[in-house]
Write a protein that binds this ligand. Structure first.
Ligand code: SF4
Length: 410
C-alpha cells in the first residue's frame, strides 16, 4: 500500500528536524533479519497506485501455496549467519483480502521454517473496510501485534476521488475496532498534496489522525506515476498538481502538528510515539538484511539485492516448475557507500562518521568531511559531538538533493 522502496518518496531528502533521543538508538547488530511477504491482491484499484497489485482475487489460494513453497525453499537464508527473524511484515496490495485461513497458512509456514524471535514485531497492512471485530480478533489470534491501516485521508471527497474503498467513518471505526480487540500498536498511512486538497484540509487530516492516537504515522506526498489513472487525469488537465510551495507548507504542518502532539520524527516520512518506530521499516534504513517473499518482493543480504519478478503468473509458474523468478544485483562498495549516505541522512539518527570510516575507510570519510564543510558553514548540515554524526538541519532539508549529491562517492 505504500512504497517499500523509500527512495520513491517525493520528499526523499526532506527531513525536517531531529530529536536528540533518535541519536541514541543503537547501530544495527545484524543479529536479526526482517521477513517481508508481498500479497498483491486488491479488491479495487486506487487511481494513484503503481505498486504491483492485481484484482484477480480468484488466484489467491494458488498464490498463497506458492508463497509457502518459497518460504520453505529459502529457510536457510535466515539461519546463516542471521539466526532469528526479528520482524515480519505482510504488505501489499491488500493482505486483509486474504481469508483468515490463508493468512494463518502463511504464518504457520513461517513459524515452521523460521526461528521467529518471541518479541518479534509482526505487522499486517489492512484496508479499513476489511476491519470488523471478527477480523481484528482473527488477526490477533494469528499472531499479529501491529496493524498498518491505509487511511490516506479523512476527507470523503478526496477518498472518492482517489477511489479508496472506505470513507472517513469507516477509517475511524477501524482504529477503534482494532483497539477494542486488543491491538496496542497501530500505524496509519496518510497522503498529502492530493488534487484539490488545501493546507487547512490537510491540517484537519493530521489533527484527526492525532485524535485517534495511533502509535505510528507515515505520511507521503502524492506521486504522479506514469501509467496510472491519476497521471492520465493530469495530462488531460482534469486535475492540477499541487504546487511545490503548498506541498512544502503541508509538510511543515505535518511535522509541527505531530511534534507538538509528542510524536518523534524519526525518518523523513515517519513519526512515532516514543519507542514505537517501525522496527521493520528501520531495517531498510539501517542496513539490516531482510528476506522478501512473493511476486515483486525485494531482498537484501548485506552484499546483494534480489527482486522477485513482479508478475503473478510468472511467479506461480516458476515456483511450481523450479525455474528462475528473480534477478540479483551484486552491490559494489560505491553502491553501499552511497546507499548508506542517503539512507542515514534520511533518518533522525544521521550519519555517524566513525561508523562510516569503519565500513568504507579513512579516505571516504575525509572526502565526506571535506564536501560537507561548506554546508556546515552555511548551517545546512550539522555535526553532533560525540559521534561525530552528520545531520541535515531544518534549512538543509530544502536543498538536500544538492547536498547529498555533493557527498556521494566521487
Ligand atoms: S489498496 Fe490501492 S494503493 Fe494499495 S496496493 Fe491496492 S490499489 Fe494500490
Amino acid at each position: 500500500m505504500k512504497p517499500v522502496d523509500p527512495q520513491s518518496d517525493r520528499f526523499f531528502f526532506f527531513y525536517h528536524r531531529h530529536s536528540s533521543t533518535g541519536s541514541n538508538q543503537p547501530e544495527p547488530t545484524h543479529t536479526m533479519s526482517g521477513l517481508y511477504i508481498h500479497i498483491p491482491f486488491c479488491k479495487s484499484r486506487c487511481i494513484y497506485c503503481d505498486f504491483f497489485s492485481t484484482t484477480m482475487l480468484e488466484r489467491r489460494a494458488e498464490y498463497v501455496d506458492a508463497l509457502c513453497t518459497e518460504l520453505h525453499e529459502r529457510r536457510t537464508e535466515a539461519k546463516t549467519p542471521h539466526h532469528t527473524i526479528g520482524t515480519i511484515y505482510i504488505g501489499g496490495g491488500t493482505p486483509t483480502q486474504l481469508s483468515p485461513e490463508q493468512t494463518s497458512q502463511i504464518m504457520q509456514a513461517i513459524r515452521h521454517d523460521y526461528d521467529v524471535d518471541p518479541d518479534a514485531e509482526i505487522t499486517i497492512e489492512a484496508n479499513p473496510s476489511d476491519i470488523t471485530p471478527d477480523t481484528a480478533h482473527q488477526l490477533l489470534d494469528t499472531g499479529f501485534n501491529r496493524v498498518s491501516l491505509g487511511i490516506q485521508t479523512f476527507d470523503n471527497h478526496l477518498l472518492h476521488l482517489i477511489n479508496r474503498r472506505h470513507d472517513a467513518k469507516t477509517a475511524i471505526e477501524a482504529v477503534h475496532t482494532l483497539r477494542q480487540a486488543g491491538f496496542s500498536n497501530i500505524s496509519i498511512d496518510l497522503i498529502y498534496a492530493l488534487p484539490r486538497q488545501t493546507t487547512p484540509q490537510w491540517a484537519a487530516d493530521v489533527q484527526q489522525a492525532i485524535n485517534l492516537q495511533p502509535e505510528h504515522i507515515s505520511a507521503y506526498a502524492l506521486m504522479y506515476e506514469e501509467h496510472t489513472q491519476l497521471y492520465q487525469m493530469l495530462q488531460k488537465k482534469q486535475i492540477e498538481e499541487t504546487d511545490e510551495e503548498t506541498a512544502l507548507s503541508m509538510y511543515r504542518h505535518l511535522c509541527n502538528q505531530l511534534r507538538d502532539a509528542g510524536y518523534h520524527h524519526y525518518e523523513i516520512s515517519n513519526f512515532s510515539q516514543p519507542g514505537r518506530h517501525s522496527r521493520h521499516n528501520s531495517n531498510y534504513w539501517n542496513d539490516t538484511p531482510y528476506i522478501g517473499i512473493g511476486a515483486g518482493a525485494h531482498s537484501y543480504d548485506g552484499n546483494s539485492r534480489r527482486q522477485n519478478l513482479p508478475h503473478l503468473d510468472t511467479y506461480i509458474h516458476a515456483i511450481r516448475n523450479h525455474t528462475t523468478y528473480y534477478e540479483t544485483e551484486q552491490l559494489t562498495t560505491t553502491d553501499k557507500f552511497n546507499e548508506t549516505l542517503m539512507t542515514r541522512l534520511r533518518t533522525s539518527q544521521g550519519l555517524n562518521l566513525n561508523h562510516l570510516e569503519q565500513r568504507f575507510g579513512t579516505q571516504l570519510r575525509q572526502y565526506v568531511e571535506q564536501q560537507a564543510k561548506p554546508y556546515i558553514e552555511s548551517r545546512k548540515l550539522h555535526i553532533d559531538l560525540p559521534g561525530p554524526t552528520l545531520r541535515l538541519t531544518e534549512d538543509g532539508i530544502f536543498t538536500s538533493n544538492d547536498i547529498i549529491a555533493t557527498l556521494l562517492a566521487p
